[in-house]
Design a binder for this molecule. Structure first.
Ligand SMILES: O=c1ccn([C@H]2C[C@H](O)[C@@H](COP(=O)(O)OP(=O)(O)OP(=O)(O)O)O2)c(=O)[nH]1
Length: 148
């Protein structure tokens, strides 16, 4: 179990915090902290504030993912899916939504617009070398397995 600190940003004291809709849900649903409703025309995108900032342990990241229901019913999804919130980011978490549907879609304050899934990120050091290990995969280039 990790503790992730969350801070409501000024003007968002009324906003619900991200919430797991069931005990074992992977993601915390995120609420739109828009001042006024935002209308997304078909094909349009908008950066939607959530009204909070995070401080998570260095081995974590948060991924901002679409909600399946919004995607299926309205064509609303996250353009940069999954969005990446780095462990050292202290700014407001935002959600980049795009309307792939055929109808305008209105985002109201406190509407659930996306979900946030925390993941462990292994610490990796890239080590440059002239030789890699022998392998039968990938020698044919991108997309090749080396087998038929
Ligand atoms: O859906 C998202 C994606 C990113 N971010 C914030 C947190 C993240 O740590 C920061 C930078 O995101 P990213 O690294 O994806 O963007 P970049 O365009 O590569 O920015 P940078 O120049 O900071 O690397 O923006 C969000 O709030 N929501």
């Amino acid at each position: 179990m990790f503790d992730v600190r969350i801070k409501r940003l000024p003007g968002n004291e009324d906003m619900p915090l991200p919430v797991k809709m069931s005990e074992l849900a992977s993601g915390f649903d995120l609420y739109a902290a828009v001042g006024e409703p935002v209308v997304l025309a078909p094909g349009e995108r908008a950066l939607i504030p959530t009204g909070f900032a995070l401080a998570m342990p260095g081995e974590l990241e948060a991924q901002i993912r679409p909600r399946s229901g919004l995607a299926f019913k309205h064509g609303i999804t996250t353009l940069n899916a999954p969005g990446t919130v780095d462990a050292d980011y202290r700014g407001e978490v935002k959600v980049l939504l795009i309307n792939h549907g055929r109808e305008p879609f209105t985002i109201e304050r406190k509407e659930r617009i996306a979900q946030m899934v925390f993941q462990r990120v292994p610490q990796i050091r890239l080590v440059e070398t002239d030789e890699l290990d022998d392998t039968v995969r990938g020698v044919g280039g991108f997309g090749h397995t080396g087998t038929k």
